[in-house]
Design a protein around this ligand. Structure first.
Ligand SMILES: *Cc1c(COP(=O)(O)O)cnc(C)c1O
Length: 381
């Protein structure tokens, strides 16, 4: 019996052909594939602009910089996320404050965020970074209202959710990362995520100004537009300090063929989720799905009392589950700097019980039946 991991990329011949074709072309980086990937991605999620970057962490970093975060300024995010959602604020010298999660949907709680903001003087916080955790879209329309009341910017960390959406109060579909309510959307193309480029990321926005800033920050802060001087055709200017956060054309070629398969992939993920729910209904708690929301299902998360027992038992069956995530505020680095010491009970209780079961489009029905059978066997004792 082979190992069943919690997540897995799927590379087929069309992916291989696209990469090989790019390898033998004129550009290995910053060529036509980058632009094509950016155009296809923005049209997929419904944003005006998209900027391909070397990974989502880089995208988050230049995202907070483009929004003007300065040292000492404070940003709120969820403790139940990958550390990168918080780290980007630290790169810019900012402070990370955590609000609690919703007990059933596991995403950043609007009420907890509101309480934290309103417990401080006006202007105390500068931004919010909600995360579409596990693939579940955050209701950003509600968060936008809160952000507007307190003059905050907002970055949607949509790394788990390409293809996810929610319906707003007017009944209009809002794709994750469409930048309708958030200033920026962030995606990852790490192989455990929906779209695999090896490494890679995308920043989406509807703001031309932010787009131009992101383009400069991606390449050292160098520009040929609006220059102060011009010495000739060779001349460029570095007007601010940026980075080399570029994606290669080789990766972008892979991103294009992977993106084309995502609609089908999200459908398959939801089919798998439906089978889990049917088997576990009334027996095992799983991530709550609010009305009018499509979970893109990067993960399928359950809660069980003996989580370590189940994790260890499933490993003996070659089912490799995972825990998402160790609450960020309890990681030694964040514990040491501990801003706010907020009451994050929901996040801490969630962490004691959560487990992510295998979830990827190529998980077979037979493999899934095996996972369900072993999980129920352990839980029922
Ligand atoms: C994976 C992930 C990131 C970071 O993505 P990289 O492309 O590996 O830098 C950021 N936020 C969340 C929620 C993630 O899951």
């Amino acid at each position: 019996m082979k190992v069943i991991p919690y997540g897995k990329q799927a590379i087929d011949q069309s992916d291989i052909d696209a990469v090989v074709k790019t390898l033998t072309g004129d550009f290995l980086t910053q060529g036509p594939k980058i632009q094509e990937f950016e155009e296809r991605f923005s049209s997929y999620v419904g944003s005006e602009y998209a900027v391909a970057v070397s990974n989502a962490t880089a995208g988050l970093h230049i995202g907070v910089m483009a929004l003007g975060l300065k040292p000492g300024e404070r940003v709120i995010t969820t403790p139940i996320t990958f550390a990168a959602s918080a780290n980007c604020v630290r790169y810019a010298g900012g402070e990370v404050w955590f609000a609690d999660i919703d007990r059933d949907s596991y995403v950043l709680s609007l009420e907890s965020t509101r309480r934290l903001i309103e417990s401080k003087p006006n202007g105390f916080f500068k931004g919010i970074i909600p995360v579409d955790f596990g693939g579940l879209p955050v209701n950003l329309e509600d968060f936008r209202t809160l952000a507007f009341e307190h003059d905050l910017w907002m970055i949607e960390d949509a790394c788990h959710a390409p293809g996810g959406y929610f319906y707003n109060s007017k009944g209009i579909k809002q794709m994750c990362g469409n930048a309708e309510y958030a200033d920026l959307g962030i995606f990852s193309f790490h192989p455990v995520k929906h779209i695999a480029c090896g490494e890679g990321g995308m920043v989406t926005t509807n703001s031309k100004q932010l787009y131009e800033k992101l383009i400069r920050l991606r390449t050292h802060g160098i520009t040929k537009e609006n220059m102060i001087q011009n010495h000739g055709g060779w001349y460029y200017e570095m007007q601010e300090l940026g980075f080399n956060y570029r994606l290669t054309d080789i990766q972008a070629a892979l991103g294009i063929t992977q993106l084309a398969k995502n609609i089908e992939g999200v459908k398959k993920r939801n089919k798998i989720a439906d089978r889990y729910k049917k088997a576990f209904n009334g027996k095992i708690k799983y991530q709550y799905l609010p009305e009018g929301v499509l979970n893109a299902h990067h993960l399928f998360i359950i809660e069980v009392n003996d989580r370590k027992g189940l994790y260890d038992f499933l490993r003996t069956q070659k089912i490799f589950t995972q825990v998402h995530y160790i609450p960020v505020h309890t990681l030694p680095y964040y514990k040491k700097i501990g801003y706010g010491n907020a009451d994050l009970k929901n996040a801490e209780n969630y962490y004691l019980k959560c487990l992510s079961l295998p979830m990827y489009p190529t998980l077979t029905e037979e493999e899934q039946r095996f996972v369900i059978e072993k999980t129920l066997y352990f839980v029922n004792g």
